[in-house]
Design a protein around this ligand. Sequence first.
Ligand SMILES: Nc1ncnc2c1ncn2[C@@H]1O[C@H](COP(=O)(O)OP(=O)(O)OP(=O)(O)O)[C@@H](O)[C@H]1O
Length: 302
Amino acid sequence: MVSVTVSHLTKRWGPITAVHDLTFTVAPGVVTGFLGPNGAGKTTTMRMLTGLVSPTSGTVTIGGLPYAQLRRPSSTVGAVFDAGAFHPGHTARDHLRVYAAMGGYPDSRVTDVLELLDLSGAADRRTREFSTGMRQRLNLATALLGDPRVLLLDEPSNGLDPEGMLWLRGFLRRLAGEDHTVLISSHVLSEMEQLVDDVVVIRRGELVAAGPWSRLTGPPAVLVRSPDADRLAAVLRDGRPGEAAPQVEALDDGRLRVRGLDAPGVADLAAAHRLPVHELVSDSTSLEQLFLDLTTERAATS
Ligand SMILES: Nc1ncnc2c1ncn2[C@@H]1O[C@H](COP(=O)(O)OP(=O)(O)OP(=O)(O)O)[C@@H](O)[C@H]1O
Protein backbone atom coordinates (compact mmCIF):
# COMPACT_ATOMS: atom_id res chain seq x y z
CA MET A 1 0.00 0.00 0.00
CA VAL A 2 1.47 3.30 -1.13
CA SER A 3 0.66 6.69 0.42
CA VAL A 4 1.47 10.04 -1.13
CA THR A 5 2.75 12.60 1.36
CA VAL A 6 2.94 16.29 0.54
CA SER A 7 4.87 18.32 3.06
CA HIS A 8 5.17 22.12 3.18
CA LEU A 9 5.10 22.25 -0.60
CA THR A 10 5.58 25.68 -2.19
CA LYS A 11 5.88 26.68 -5.85
CA ARG A 12 6.55 30.22 -7.06
CA TRP A 13 6.45 31.22 -10.70
CA GLY A 14 8.28 34.56 -10.57
CA PRO A 15 6.03 36.85 -8.53
CA ILE A 16 3.15 34.33 -8.50
CA THR A 17 2.89 31.89 -5.60
CA ALA A 18 0.91 29.04 -7.17
CA VAL A 19 1.22 26.69 -4.16
CA HIS A 20 2.01 27.80 -0.62
CA ASP A 21 3.10 25.62 2.29
CA LEU A 22 0.77 22.77 1.34
CA THR A 23 0.72 19.68 3.56
CA PHE A 24 -1.58 16.67 3.12
CA THR A 25 -1.55 12.88 2.73
CA VAL A 26 -3.32 10.75 0.14
CA ALA A 27 -4.17 7.34 1.55
CA PRO A 28 -4.44 4.03 -0.30
CA GLY A 29 -7.77 2.21 -0.56
CA VAL A 30 -9.87 5.35 -1.02
CA VAL A 31 -10.53 7.88 -3.77
CA THR A 32 -9.35 11.34 -2.72
CA GLY A 33 -10.75 14.44 -4.41
CA PHE A 34 -8.34 17.37 -4.85
CA LEU A 35 -10.67 20.33 -5.05
CA GLY A 36 -10.30 24.03 -5.62
CA PRO A 37 -11.53 26.77 -7.97
CA ASN A 38 -9.76 27.55 -11.26
CA GLY A 39 -6.22 28.72 -10.66
CA ALA A 40 -6.09 27.34 -7.11
CA GLY A 41 -2.90 25.42 -7.85
CA LYS A 42 -4.23 21.89 -8.44
CA THR A 43 -2.39 21.24 -11.71
CA THR A 44 0.84 22.71 -10.38
CA THR A 45 0.61 20.42 -7.34
CA MET A 46 -0.22 17.34 -9.43
CA ARG A 47 2.76 18.11 -11.66
CA MET A 48 5.01 18.38 -8.62
CA LEU A 49 3.77 14.95 -7.48
CA THR A 50 5.10 13.46 -10.70
CA GLY A 51 8.34 15.41 -10.90
CA LEU A 52 7.19 17.40 -13.95
CA VAL A 53 7.54 20.64 -11.98
CA SER A 54 10.14 21.07 -9.27
CA PRO A 55 9.03 22.66 -6.00
CA THR A 56 10.48 25.93 -4.78
CA SER A 57 10.50 24.31 -1.35
CA GLY A 58 8.93 21.41 0.49
CA THR A 59 8.76 17.74 -0.42
CA VAL A 60 6.59 15.09 -2.02
CA THR A 61 7.12 11.42 -1.29
CA ILE A 62 5.44 8.41 -2.82
CA GLY A 63 5.64 5.35 -0.64
CA GLY A 64 8.32 7.21 1.34
CA LEU A 65 10.51 8.14 -1.65
CA PRO A 66 10.73 11.27 -3.79
CA TYR A 67 9.55 10.65 -7.38
CA ALA A 68 13.10 10.97 -8.74
CA GLN A 69 14.27 8.13 -6.50
CA LEU A 70 11.56 5.66 -7.51
CA ARG A 71 13.14 2.65 -9.16
CA ARG A 72 10.54 2.42 -11.94
CA PRO A 73 8.37 5.51 -11.67
CA SER A 74 5.72 4.44 -14.20
CA SER A 75 5.09 1.22 -12.29
CA THR A 76 4.52 3.22 -9.11
CA VAL A 77 2.61 6.28 -10.34
CA GLY A 78 0.28 6.63 -13.32
CA ALA A 79 -0.80 10.15 -14.20
CA VAL A 80 -3.43 11.51 -16.56
CA PHE A 81 -3.12 15.18 -17.42
CA ASP A 82 -4.43 16.79 -20.63
CA ALA A 83 -6.83 14.73 -22.71
CA GLY A 84 -6.09 13.92 -26.31
CA ALA A 85 -2.35 14.09 -26.96
CA PHE A 86 -2.60 11.23 -29.44
CA HIS A 87 -1.30 10.89 -32.96
CA PRO A 88 -4.60 11.11 -34.90
CA GLY A 89 -3.48 8.48 -37.41
CA HIS A 90 -2.48 5.95 -34.77
CA THR A 91 -4.84 3.31 -33.52
CA ALA A 92 -5.35 2.87 -29.78
CA ARG A 93 -3.19 -0.24 -29.95
CA ASP A 94 -0.39 1.62 -31.84
CA HIS A 95 -0.46 4.38 -29.23
CA LEU A 96 -0.24 1.97 -26.31
CA ARG A 97 2.52 -0.04 -27.98
CA VAL A 98 4.69 3.07 -28.25
CA TYR A 99 4.23 3.82 -24.56
CA ALA A 100 4.71 0.19 -23.54
CA ALA A 101 8.02 0.13 -25.44
CA MET A 102 9.12 3.38 -23.75
CA GLY A 103 8.28 1.99 -20.32
CA GLY A 104 9.84 -1.40 -21.04
CA TYR A 105 6.53 -3.25 -20.67
CA PRO A 106 5.61 -6.32 -22.76
CA ASP A 107 3.00 -6.13 -25.51
CA SER A 108 0.75 -8.33 -23.39
CA ARG A 109 0.22 -5.29 -21.13
CA VAL A 110 -1.29 -3.47 -24.12
CA THR A 111 -3.92 -6.20 -24.45
CA ASP A 112 -4.48 -6.15 -20.66
CA VAL A 113 -5.09 -2.41 -20.40
CA LEU A 114 -7.28 -2.33 -23.53
CA GLU A 115 -9.47 -4.91 -21.83
CA LEU A 116 -9.34 -3.19 -18.42
CA LEU A 117 -10.51 0.08 -19.95
CA ASP A 118 -13.26 -1.47 -22.12
CA LEU A 119 -11.36 -0.51 -25.27
CA SER A 120 -10.74 -3.93 -26.82
CA GLY A 121 -13.48 -3.34 -29.41
CA ALA A 122 -11.91 -0.03 -30.46
CA ALA A 123 -8.28 -1.16 -30.28
CA ASP A 124 -7.71 -0.96 -34.04
CA ARG A 125 -9.59 2.25 -34.70
CA ARG A 126 -7.69 5.47 -35.32
CA THR A 127 -7.71 7.85 -32.35
CA ARG A 128 -8.99 10.70 -34.55
CA GLU A 129 -12.36 8.89 -34.49
CA PHE A 130 -12.42 8.66 -30.68
CA SER A 131 -15.04 10.39 -28.55
CA THR A 132 -14.01 12.37 -25.45
CA GLY A 133 -14.93 9.42 -23.24
CA MET A 134 -12.81 7.03 -25.31
CA ARG A 135 -9.88 9.47 -25.22
CA GLN A 136 -10.15 9.62 -21.46
CA ARG A 137 -10.11 5.85 -21.29
CA LEU A 138 -7.13 5.66 -23.62
CA ASN A 139 -5.33 8.15 -21.37
CA LEU A 140 -6.13 5.97 -18.38
CA ALA A 141 -4.98 2.88 -20.25
CA THR A 142 -1.65 4.60 -20.99
CA ALA A 143 -1.22 5.59 -17.34
CA LEU A 144 -1.97 2.04 -16.20
CA LEU A 145 0.48 0.24 -18.53
CA GLY A 146 2.99 -0.16 -15.70
CA ASP A 147 0.28 -1.40 -13.29
CA PRO A 148 1.02 1.46 -10.85
CA ARG A 149 -0.34 1.50 -7.30
CA VAL A 150 -0.91 5.28 -7.42
CA LEU A 151 -3.15 6.97 -9.97
CA LEU A 152 -3.29 10.76 -10.39
CA LEU A 153 -6.02 12.27 -12.55
CA ASP A 154 -6.14 15.98 -13.33
CA GLU A 155 -9.72 17.09 -14.09
CA PRO A 156 -10.65 13.78 -15.77
CA SER A 157 -14.35 14.61 -15.75
CA ASN A 158 -13.89 17.57 -18.15
CA GLY A 159 -16.11 16.90 -21.14
CA LEU A 160 -17.43 13.57 -19.91
CA ASP A 161 -21.14 12.89 -20.34
CA PRO A 162 -23.19 11.35 -17.48
CA GLU A 163 -22.56 7.85 -18.81
CA GLY A 164 -18.82 8.53 -18.96
CA MET A 165 -18.91 9.87 -15.39
CA LEU A 166 -20.75 6.79 -14.19
CA TRP A 167 -18.18 4.55 -15.85
CA LEU A 168 -15.30 6.56 -14.35
CA ARG A 169 -16.89 6.34 -10.90
CA GLY A 170 -17.19 2.57 -11.10
CA PHE A 171 -13.66 2.22 -12.43
CA LEU A 172 -12.01 4.36 -9.74
CA ARG A 173 -14.06 2.65 -7.01
CA ARG A 174 -12.75 -0.67 -8.24
CA LEU A 175 -9.14 0.53 -8.20
CA ALA A 176 -9.54 1.93 -4.67
CA GLY A 177 -11.16 -1.36 -3.62
CA GLU A 178 -7.97 -3.07 -4.77
CA ASP A 179 -5.96 -0.80 -2.44
CA HIS A 180 -4.77 1.60 -5.10
CA THR A 181 -4.17 5.22 -4.11
CA VAL A 182 -6.32 7.49 -6.25
CA LEU A 183 -6.12 11.30 -6.37
CA ILE A 184 -8.49 13.12 -8.69
CA SER A 185 -8.63 16.89 -9.12
CA SER A 186 -11.71 18.90 -10.00
CA HIS A 187 -13.17 22.37 -9.68
CA VAL A 188 -16.74 21.01 -9.75
CA LEU A 189 -17.68 19.83 -6.28
CA SER A 190 -21.01 18.28 -7.22
CA GLU A 191 -19.29 15.95 -9.70
CA MET A 192 -17.12 14.64 -6.93
CA GLU A 193 -19.93 13.91 -4.51
CA GLN A 194 -20.53 10.36 -5.67
CA LEU A 195 -16.92 9.73 -6.54
CA VAL A 196 -14.64 10.50 -3.62
CA ASP A 197 -14.24 9.32 -0.03
CA ASP A 198 -11.71 11.91 1.16
CA VAL A 199 -11.13 15.49 0.07
CA VAL A 200 -8.30 17.98 0.04
CA VAL A 201 -9.57 21.50 -0.67
CA ILE A 202 -7.22 24.30 -1.69
CA ARG A 203 -7.70 27.98 -2.45
CA ARG A 204 -5.00 30.23 -3.83
CA GLY A 205 -2.45 27.49 -3.33
CA GLU A 206 -3.22 27.01 0.36
CA LEU A 207 -4.95 24.20 2.19
CA VAL A 208 -8.49 25.02 3.27
CA ALA A 209 -9.79 21.64 4.42
CA ALA A 210 -8.79 17.98 4.35
CA GLY A 211 -10.41 14.80 5.58
CA PRO A 212 -13.30 12.45 4.92
CA TRP A 213 -16.00 13.88 2.67
CA SER A 214 -18.64 13.33 5.35
CA ARG A 215 -16.72 15.45 7.85
CA LEU A 216 -16.56 18.28 5.34
CA THR A 217 -20.20 18.25 4.39
CA GLY A 218 -21.76 17.33 7.72
CA PRO A 219 -24.77 15.03 7.80
CA PRO A 220 -26.61 14.77 4.48
CA ALA A 221 -29.64 17.02 4.11
CA VAL A 222 -32.85 16.64 2.16
CA LEU A 223 -35.17 19.36 0.85
CA VAL A 224 -38.90 18.80 1.02
CA ARG A 225 -41.79 20.87 -0.33
CA SER A 226 -45.32 20.52 0.99
CA PRO A 227 -48.41 22.75 0.77
CA ASP A 228 -48.73 22.00 4.48
CA ALA A 229 -45.15 22.95 5.36
CA ASP A 230 -45.80 24.12 8.92
CA ARG A 231 -47.48 20.89 9.99
CA LEU A 232 -44.89 18.82 8.16
CA ALA A 233 -42.12 20.76 9.94
CA ALA A 234 -43.70 20.01 13.32
CA VAL A 235 -44.05 16.30 12.49
CA LEU A 236 -40.46 16.10 11.26
CA ARG A 237 -39.12 17.91 14.34
CA ASP A 238 -40.80 15.28 16.52
CA GLY A 239 -38.97 12.67 14.46
CA ARG A 240 -39.27 8.95 15.04
CA PRO A 241 -39.67 7.44 18.50
CA GLY A 242 -36.38 6.47 20.07
CA GLU A 243 -34.27 8.42 17.52
CA ALA A 244 -32.52 11.80 17.73
CA ALA A 245 -34.82 14.60 16.61
CA PRO A 246 -34.05 15.86 13.07
CA GLN A 247 -33.17 19.51 12.49
CA VAL A 248 -35.69 21.29 10.30
CA GLU A 249 -35.13 24.69 8.75
CA ALA A 250 -37.76 26.63 6.75
CA LEU A 251 -36.21 28.11 3.61
CA ASP A 252 -37.26 31.34 1.84
CA ASP A 253 -38.56 29.39 -1.16
CA GLY A 254 -41.09 27.56 1.04
CA ARG A 255 -39.17 24.29 1.23
CA LEU A 256 -37.88 22.67 4.42
CA ARG A 257 -34.26 21.58 4.83
CA VAL A 258 -34.07 18.47 7.00
CA ARG A 259 -30.93 17.09 8.58
CA GLY A 260 -30.80 13.89 10.56
CA LEU A 261 -33.44 12.04 8.54
CA ASP A 262 -33.03 10.62 5.03
CA ALA A 263 -35.48 10.99 2.14
CA PRO A 264 -37.36 7.69 2.80
CA GLY A 265 -37.66 8.68 6.47
CA VAL A 266 -39.15 12.06 5.54
CA ALA A 267 -41.55 10.45 3.04
CA ASP A 268 -42.68 7.80 5.54
CA LEU A 269 -43.34 10.34 8.31
CA ALA A 270 -45.28 12.59 5.92
CA ALA A 271 -47.34 9.61 4.72
CA ALA A 272 -48.02 8.43 8.27
CA HIS A 273 -49.51 11.87 9.03
CA ARG A 274 -51.30 12.10 5.66
CA LEU A 275 -49.35 15.21 4.72
CA PRO A 276 -48.83 15.83 0.98
CA VAL A 277 -45.26 16.04 -0.37
CA HIS A 278 -44.73 17.81 -3.69
CA GLU A 279 -40.94 17.58 -3.89
CA LEU A 280 -38.27 15.59 -2.09
CA VAL A 281 -34.63 15.89 -3.15
CA SER A 282 -31.20 15.61 -1.61
CA ASP A 283 -29.70 19.02 -0.86
CA SER A 284 -26.94 19.35 -3.43
CA THR A 285 -27.14 23.15 -3.59
CA SER A 286 -25.71 23.29 -0.09
CA LEU A 287 -22.68 21.43 -1.43
CA GLU A 288 -21.95 24.12 -3.98
CA GLN A 289 -22.54 26.72 -1.30
CA LEU A 290 -20.14 24.91 1.00
CA PHE A 291 -17.52 24.87 -1.72
CA LEU A 292 -18.02 28.59 -2.40
CA ASP A 293 -17.82 29.32 1.32
CA LEU A 294 -14.62 27.35 1.55
CA THR A 295 -12.95 28.85 -1.46
CA THR A 296 -14.06 32.48 -1.78
CA GLU A 297 -12.59 35.57 -0.21
CA ARG A 298 -15.32 35.63 2.41
CA ALA A 299 -13.93 32.43 3.85
CA ALA A 300 -10.52 33.99 4.11
CA THR A 301 -11.71 36.94 6.11
CA SER A 302 -14.28 35.25 8.31
N1 LIG B 1 4.12 27.54 -16.05
C1 LIG B 1 3.58 28.55 -15.35
N2 LIG B 1 4.14 29.77 -15.37
C2 LIG B 1 3.62 30.79 -14.66
N3 LIG B 1 2.51 30.71 -13.90
C3 LIG B 1 1.89 29.51 -13.85
C4 LIG B 1 2.39 28.37 -14.57
N4 LIG B 1 1.55 27.33 -14.33
C5 LIG B 1 0.59 27.78 -13.50
N5 LIG B 1 0.79 29.11 -13.22
C6 LIG B 1 -0.05 29.94 -12.33
O1 LIG B 1 -0.16 29.28 -11.09
C7 LIG B 1 -1.49 29.43 -10.56
C8 LIG B 1 -2.09 28.06 -10.31
O2 LIG B 1 -2.37 27.42 -11.55
P1 LIG B 1 -2.84 25.90 -11.69
O3 LIG B 1 -2.96 25.61 -13.16
O4 LIG B 1 -1.96 25.05 -10.88
O5 LIG B 1 -4.28 25.95 -11.03
P2 LIG B 1 -5.49 24.92 -11.14
O6 LIG B 1 -6.07 24.85 -9.77
O7 LIG B 1 -5.04 23.67 -11.77
O8 LIG B 1 -6.50 25.67 -12.09
P3 LIG B 1 -7.53 25.10 -13.21
O9 LIG B 1 -8.66 24.48 -12.46
O10 LIG B 1 -7.91 26.37 -13.92
O11 LIG B 1 -6.73 24.16 -14.06
C9 LIG B 1 -2.25 30.27 -11.56
O12 LIG B 1 -2.19 31.62 -11.13
C10 LIG B 1 -1.48 30.08 -12.84
O13 LIG B 1 -1.62 31.20 -13.68
